[in-house]
Design a protein around this ligand. Structure first.
Ligand SMILES: [Zn+2]
Length: 567
């Protein structure tokens, strides 16, 4: 049986009215425009005073009064972790190998996720909640949430937001985010893998050189891609996440071989006190896109990450325009996925994915950069209105009402081809389930520990945290599915190459030595991460004391959300 295409080209015929920012070039903005949508595709984009296309004459446009952008694309986010609140990072780290060993990491991040990811009913609540967190910021494509079964099957949760890895659609080539051990351990093998991906128009999104660029071990993670003087395991299929440890000439090495970068400035600054040398990356002409990484050390969503990127550039004297920053969440990630002919711009024939920000005056890119969640008035994916102001969601059945960032909003969560156990779950119920679960983490951990204990067939089997009950007692999502905790490397592959440099493997992450304490004794109640940034008191209290965050970025972020800077 052939898997169904997740977003078949079908759906209503309708018209969206507002200021249109097509992202085809900086000055192509249509101040008063209309987008004619049919079956999930854009049929025409034109000024409002032009004659509508045939068969659209009778349709009353939905007037947004706002500025319409292509739906935002986030190329890096460990979504499964986004029910967890921001971590008060306890010290400054030099590279990725260090922070996972801190006892806090198991207590606050990997331990809670082990419980959430294996407990009946909570997996569904996690996927519902974390997807909503992306959606309210206008994200229409993201890295997805991987699920695995005790039968050894791996798949991606198919929700409202497109995922980059599993589309079942040849026009949206599927990206890979993991590689097998053999490819990870040999640069020639990695290059072979990259060449076979490139031949199919697919991309490999891998963590690369995480850490400070004055840290040799982080930098060697990049240098280990070198095969000989002329040959590196880099080509147009390689999308490197972070690349924080690249030094001056490394950027040219990446660029001449057509690699690209996903930049996550807040996560980098919080962990390492430093981020990617983005000035050098842009001077080299590298393609850069933005990703929030995950809620424990990153931005709440792309709107916040764009602000961090701008504040970092302003404070470091790096000339980056608001248009360039907008490219980093639209056209750049679309091109980096090989999806440029389908999404990332508003043009005839493209998928109807949009996010609309309130207001039509002033510079449109500046308006997006200063938008908070409450500024997002409508989000459309594949021609379907999924989220927005009540007036813009009128006539849709079965909406869920909610206040987001202090403003009234409606969610349209109805979906075909969805896992049945998620289909009936409202956002409010998901929130309630997660709040209760996180408040009783030690009890849930104990229940798992007391279940009949067997090793999981796949997934996190190599990790010290795993003390798993049988699938029979943790059934979920049609069978026995678990959240893949993708910060762990398991038998299904690794997220980063582990190539040898001078005979020593790089990028190998050693789990905490203190993993022996049962989770029921280690865990404490924690709070569910809030949906939006603006009204998340806990987020701001934590940001105020994050020791590695540069004051200029911190203070600018506070004022971007109408808050007084703590200093
Ligand atoms: Zn990451």
């Amino acid at each position: 049986m052939v898997d169904p295409i997740f977003d078949p080209i079908e759906g209503p015929k309708w018209v969206l009215d507002g200021r249109i920012v097509p992202m085809t070039s900086e000055h192509d903005v249509i101040d008063d425009g209309r987008i004619y949508i049919n079956g999930g595709l854009i049929e025409a984009v034109q000024p409002a005073n032009q004659q509508p296309p045939t068969a659209f004459e009778e349709i009353v446009p939905i007037r947004t009064g706002g500025t319409i952008f292509p739906g935002l694309i986030e190329l890096h986010n460990h979504l499964a972790y986004n029910a967890l609140p921001l971590w008060n990072v306890p010290k400054q780290y030099q590279n990725r190998d260090q922070w996972g060993r801190h006892p806090d990491y198991r207590k606050l991040i990997s331990g809670p996720m082990n419980v959430l990811g294996r407990t009946e009913g909570l997996i569904q609540a996690v996927v519902r909640w974390v997807e909503a967190k992306s959606l309210i910021a206008g994200t229409t494509t993201s890295q997805g949430i991987a699920l695995f079964s005790n039968a050894g099957i791996r798949k991606y949760y198919r929700g409202l937001v497109r995922n980059a890895e599993e589309t079942n659609d040849d026009t949206l080539p599927e990206a890979a985010t993991k590689i097998g051990d053999v490819d990870a351990a040999s640069a020639p093998r990695l290059l072979e893998r990259l060449e076979s991906m490139a031949a199919k128009g697919k991309k490999l999104i891998l963590h690369l050189a995480e850490g400070r660029n004055d840290d040799d071990s982080a930098n060697k993670h990049f240098l280990a891609l070198k095969i000989d003087d002329d040959t590196w395991a880099i080509n147009e299929a390689l999308v490197g996440i972070h690349c924080t440890a690249l030094r001056h000439r490394n950027f040219a090495t990446l660029r001449v071989r057509n690699g690209s970068i996903v930049w996550s400035p807040l996560s980098n600054l919080l962990l390492y006190g430093k981020t990617t040398d983005i000035e050098q990356a842009l001077a080299e002409g590298l393609r850069v896109s933005l990703g929030s990484d995950w809620s424990p050390s990153g931005s709440k969503n792309l709107l916040m990450e764009m602000k961090v990127a701008r504040l970092h550039c302003q404070s470091a004297g790096i000339p980056v325009s608001d248009y360039q920053l907008t490219e980093m969440v639209t056209t750049n990630p679309a091109d980096m996925l090989g999806w440029g002919s389908q999404v990332g711009t508003i043009e005839e024939g493209r998928r109807a994915d949009f996010m609309v920000v309130s207001g039509k005056s002033g510079d449109p890119y500046g308006r997006l950069l200063s938008a908070r969640e409450s500024s997002v008035v409508l989000v459309v994916i594949n021609g379907i209105r999924r989220y927005g102001q009540p007036r813009l969601m009128r006539e849709l059945p079965g909406l869920e009402a909610r206040t987001v960032g202090g403003s009234k909003r409606r969610f349209n969560l109805h979906q075909e081809n969805i896992e049945q156990s998620v289909a009936g779950l409202s956002l409010g119920d998901a929130e309630e389930r997660l709040r209760t679960a996180l408040a009783t983490l030690p009890d849930l951990a104990r229940a798992l520990e007391q279940g009949s204990v067997t090793a999981l067939a796949m997934g996190a089997g190599s990790h010290a945290d795993v003390q798993v009950g049988t699938g029979a007692s943790i059934s979920s999502l049609e069978g026995s599915w678990f959240l893949e905790l993708d910060h762990l490397d398991g038998p299904e592959g690794t997220q980063r190459p582990q190539l040898p440099f001078d005979g020593v493997a790089t990028g190998v992450f050693a789990p905490s030595a203190a993993a022996g304490v049962p989770l029921s004794e280690l865990l404490e109640p924690i709070e569910l991460d809030h949906l939006d940034a603006k009204t998340d008191a806990r987020l701001w209290a934590t940001l105020a004391v994050e020791q590695n965050l540069t004051p200029a970025v911190r203070d600018g972020l506070f004022s971007s959300y109408g808050r007084r800077a703590p200093g």
